[in-house]
Design a protein around this ligand. Structure first.
Ligand code: C2E
Ligand code: MG
Ligand code: MG
Ligand code: MG
Length: 282
């Protein structure tokens, strides 16, 4: 339109910017109330042994059900939660809920399943983080060995003494630590040697094309070999097809997670999945 062509770049973009910052503010104020209004929900996704097919653990994945916005996925709200610091109370809620859920599953499965919880950098660096983790364990009665904290390479990259110190404190409590989205960062691999990680999660972008792209297959093979030589357990993320499981099994990848087994399911549906699974097993 002729009129808008005459406008300066600033004028043309300003209204949009204003709207998006308005949206952000609106989302922030909604997020501030979300905890007390009980709008957050955890979904759980199974982590399965590639060799035995046994269920090992589940990953807790956060959802936000807002009456106005509907179901909001974490990629849309976690960044803002990080920026505003709201990730700290939200993250505490996630830790408590996730640990309590893992204890509840014991009566369904008779197994001591593990629970993986995602931790974002801001949350990890909060001075109260270790205490919040210990509090969630105490309240639920979950053994520390059954909790695995998932941390991305982005966080490890800062190489600070604080990061190292926190990782070692968590490790000394017996809590397991994993590197999430492995392969997507540009980090030096040396951190794997100096930090007490237990598990490496291969990012789903590598798994997606593992049957089609020779390069992806080679990378996945190399990552598994390297991880095992460092004594790390390997989980493949984003597994959607039986053929991918076959490949991962051949490469001796320890565990797999993805839609092939189950999409992340809300509490009640996950518990039903556990019951159904138990019924078919016995
Ligand atoms: P992530 O930890 O790498 O989680 C895996 C993501 O892959 C999840 O997305 C999951 O739903 C998705 N996924 C699982 N299986 C498949 C599959 O077979 N195919 C495909 N295409 N995708 C699959 P989701 O739930 O949207 O979470 C996105 C990210 O948000 C997570 O990535 C994690 O970094 C973050 N996040 C989720 N919950 C929390 C939380 O409680 N706290 C924090 N700080 N971050 C969280
Ligand atoms: Mg994760
Ligand atoms: Mg350890
Ligand atoms: Mg991941």
């Amino acid at each position: 339109e002729a009129k808008s062509k005459g406008k300066s770049a600033y004028e043309r973009f300003a209204p949009q910017m204003k709207e998006s910052s308005h949206e952000r503010l609106q989302m922030e104020s909604r997020m501030r109330r979300a905890l007390e209004l009980d709008e957050f929900q955890l979904c759980f996704q199974p982590i399965v042994s590639t060799s035995s097919g046994n269920l090992q653990a589940a990953e807790a994945l956060l959802r936000w059900n807002n009456p106005t916005m509907g179901l909001v996925m974490p990629d849309r709200f976690i960044p803002l939660a990080e920026e505003t610091g709201l990730i700290i109370p939200i993250g505490e809620w996630v830790l408590k809920e996730a640990c309590a859920a893992a204890v509840r599953w014991q009566s369904i499965t008779g197994q001591r399943l593990g629970i993986s919880v995602n931790v974002s950098p801001r949350q990890f660096r909060d001075p109260g983080f270790v205490a919040a983790v210990m509090n969630a364990l105490e309240l639920s009665g979950l053994e520390p060995e059954r909790l695995e904290l998932e941390i991305t390479e982005r966080l490890i990259l800062d190489h600070s003494i604080e990061t190292s110190d926190i990782l070692h404190r968590l490790d000394s409590e017996g809590i397991r630590l994993s590197v999430d989205d492995f392969g997507t960062g540009f980090s030096a691999l040396s951190y794997l040697k100096s930090y007490p990680f237990d598990t490496l999660k291969i990012d789903k972008s590598f798994i997606q094309d593992v049957l089609k792209e020779q390069e992806d297959a080679s990378l996945v093979k190399a990552i598994i070999t390297m991880a095992h030589s460092l004594g790390l357990t390997v989980i493949a993320e984003g597994v959607e097809m039986a053929e991918q499981i076959e490949f991962l099994k051949e490469q001796e990848c320890d565990f797999a997670q993805g839609y092939f087994y189950s999409e992340p399911a809300p509490d009640a549906r996950f518990e039903q999945w556990l019951r159904d699974r138990r019924a078919t097993e016995s």
